[in-house]
Design a protein around this ligand. Structure first.
Ligand SMILES: [Zn+2]
Length: 130
């Protein structure tokens, strides 16, 4: 259970919510904005250079397995469930359902250009929040 905000980062070995494949196997056009920004601003690669690495399976050789921090993005406890991931009706916990806001993850990723629910959109489900 997350109790405070922390900065958000990701690894290129993690699953791209837009394709289901790892970020490392995703063409530039298929990367979410925050990952595309890291490629351009952090790795200093353009779309053509990135796609070349993807086509040759050489992304991880370039990025490594480490975490890339997304400037300005944070993971914070879900306010709807206070971070425990449980669904509430009029303040009472419903044991049969997960929090509708965070999908039971108890946390959300807030990105300056929009937000992604960590357990949902970022790791293979649904739920993109503005
Ligand atoms: Zn929640």
């Amino acid at each position: 259970m997350r109790t405070r905000s922390e900065r958000f980062g990701f690894r290129f070995t993690e699953s791209n919510p837009l394709t289901g494949d790892a970020f490392a196997y995703s063409r530039f056009a298929d990367l979410p904005g925050f990952a595309a920004d890291v490629v351009v601003d952090g790795l200093r690669l353009d779309a053509g250079q990135w796609d070349h690495l993807v086509e040759h399976g050489m992304v991880i050789e370039t990025t490594g397995h480490g975490v890339y921090w997304v400037p300005g993005a944070v993971i914070e406890p879900c306010r709807a469930c206070s971070g425990d991931g449980r669904h509430r009706v009029a303040g009472m916990i419903d044991p049969d359902r997960s929090c509708g806001r965070c999908g039971g993850a108890g946390e959300r990723v807030i990105i300056p250009t929009g937000g992604l629910d960590r357990a949902g959109a970022l790791f293979g489900g649904s739920g993109v929040f503005a």
